[in-house]
Design a protein around this ligand. Sequence first.
Ligand code: PRX
Length: 655
Amino acid sequence: MSSQIDHLLDESRQFPPSDEFAASAVAKPDLYERAAADRDGFWGDQARELLHWHTPFTRVLDWSTPPFAKWFDDGELNVAYNCLDRHVEAGNGDRVALLWEGEPGDERRITYAELTDEVKRVANVLESFGVGAGDRVAIYLPMIPEAVASMLAVARLGAIHSVVFGGFSAESLRSRIDDAGAKVVITADGGYRKGKVSPLKPAVDQALSDDRFGEQQTVEHVLVVKRGENEVDWVEGRDVWWHDVVPAASAEHVAEPFPAENPLFILYTSGTTGKPKGILHTSGGYLTQAAYTHRNVFDLKPESDVYWCTADIGWITGHSYVTYGPLANGATQVLYEGTPDTPHPGRWWEIIQKYGVSIFYTAPTAIRSFMKTGRAIPQKFDLSSIRVLGSVGEPINPEAWMWYREVIGSGSAPIVDTWWQTETGAIMVSPLPGVTATKPGSAQVPLPGISIDVVDESGEEVGNGNGGLLVITEPWPSMLRGIWGDPERYKETYWEKFEKQGYYFAGDGARLDADGDLWLLGRVDDVMNVSGHRLSTAEIESSLVAHEATAEAAVVGASDETTGQAVVAFVIIKESYLAAHDPAGLATQLRSWVGEQIGAIARPRDVYIVGELPKTRSGKIMRRLLRDVAEGREVGDTTTLADTAVMSIISAQVK
Ligand code: PRX
C-alpha cells in the first residue's frame, strides 16, 4: 500500500480550466471566500437562492445538542414541490425532466409538467392507502421513471421512503422493511438486466411471507408496476397494480409544507457490524446541499445541459444525483434501466451520442472495465457533447483518470472526483470546474461551506505531506440526522472517536499532499468497497456461518484491478458436515449462498476452504494477514498470533 501511495503522491500533472470554461462557469472562486467569511450565512443564502420555502427560516443552524444538528429549523418547505411544481409554475413545464431509456431500447420522454402530474396521482394513491407524514414506504424498483415518481410522491406527503436496491435479496429486503416498519411497498413485476427480465415481485412476496422471520406486521399494500411482463403471484386485498390505480387517480394534489427537519428518507448502508444501518436524512438541509453541489460541482446550466448519472436509485448517489439534486435544479437528465454492455459493449456511449449528454457522472470501476475492453469501443461514438465528467464511490487511479479525460472527455473535459458518503448526503470534497486546476487521482479540496481535515489517532492535524484519518470538523446541511431507531449507535459510530474535538469520523484514511490536496486511501474499518458499493465483512461472515456447512468464516477485501476491492472469504467447514457430505463444489455453493442471502454484489470472488484462521491470543481474527494471502503477498508480521505456524498452513491450502 505505501509504495502505491508514494507513487500516487508523485502525481504532478495539473489541468487548469481553460479561460473560456472559467468565464462561463457556474462556480466562481469567490464562493470559497464567501463561505469562509460567514459559513452559516453562506448556507442560508444557498438555501434561499436554490429552494422555495413556504415559510422562510430565521435560523440557519442549531448545534446546541451535538451531534444532533438542526438546519433551517423553523422554515417549512415541500421537497416534491421544489423538484416539480415550481418549475412548471415558472413556465418550464415543457422542459424534459427524464429522458428514459429501457434496456431493450424502448424510450420515454417525460416533461416536468408530466412528471408533476404523475407524482400528484401517485401521492393521491398513497394517501388512499393511508400513507401520511412520517409513515414509511419501501421502494424496490428497477431504474424506470416510476422509481423517481415514487420517491417524490412519498416526499410530497411528508412520508419517508426507504429505497432498497433491486439487486438485494428477499431476506435483505425483509430486514429493511421490518426495521423501518414500512406500511407500503412499491415494486415492479420485474425489470430488464443483461438482456432478460429480472423478477422483483417474487422477492417481495417471499420477504413478506417468509415464516423464518415470523409474521410480517406492518405492510398493508404492495403497489406493483408492470414492466417485465413476467408472471407474478397475487395477494388479493394487498397487491394493487400501478396501472389500475395511478392513471385513474386525480392529478390535483396540493403540496403541503413540512418543517425543514421533517425526515425525507432512510437509506440502509453497511457498517462494521452485521446489521445494516438505516441512515436518516431530513428535508431542508439535505435538499439545499444536494441542489448546491449538483449545480456547482457539475457546472449545471439547466436550460442547455443533458445530465446523466449512471447510479441506481438504490444508492445514495441515485438519491442525491438522480432524483433530488437534478430535479431541484430543473435539469434534463438521462435515466437508463439496464447494464452498460447490453446488448453491446458500447451501449453507454451510444446513449451519450443519442441524447447529447453533456455532463456524465459514473464510478471508477466502470471506467476501469471500459479501459480493459479498449478505447476502440467508445471511439466508435460521437462523444463531443461531453463537457464535464464526474467520478464517485472509490478512489480513481491516475491511469483511469487520464483515460476518462482523454477517451470520454475528448482530452479537455474537467473531471470532478467527488468524495462523499451515504451519511454525508451530498458531495463534500471535489474540484470545482472552471475554478480548480484538477489533478489526476486526487479529490482535492473541501467544497465551499465544508470543513474537512486529516488528523492522527489523537485528533491532531497531520499537516501537508502526511497521512491520517479523514474528519469533518463542522456540521453540514445534508449531514445524516441519525441511525433509524438507534441514536446510541449514531453517536458511537461517528462521533465517539473524536469526541473531545467534536469531529465526525468518516472511516476513511486520507493524505494531504504538499499542496494541501486530499488523496483518499480507502476505508480504515471493516467495510469493503467493491465496485463502489459498500459491503461489511461482518455481514458476509454472518451469512457464511448461517450455512449448514460452515463452522467459522473470515472475510477480507482484497485489491482487485477492476472492482477496486473484491470479497475473499476463508471458511472452516464443520467436521460433522464433512463426515456426511462430499466437499467438492462447496466453495461454489458458498459463493451462491451469499448471493442469495444478501444479494449478488456481496458474492465472494473467492472462497477458500481452510483448516484454521489466524487468531490473536485473545481470539481476534487477524484479517490483515488474510489480506496478504488474498493479494498474493508475503505474509506480514505474525508474532501476535496464538499459533504462528497457522499462516503457512493457510497459504499452502490456498495455493
Ligand atoms: O470510502 C469512501 C468511498 O465510499 C465510501 C462511501 O460509500 P457509500 O456510502 O456507499 O457512498 C458512495 C457514494 C458517495 C467512502 O467512505 N468513496 C466515495 N467517494 C469516493 C470514495 N473514495 C475515494 N474517492 C471518492 N471520490
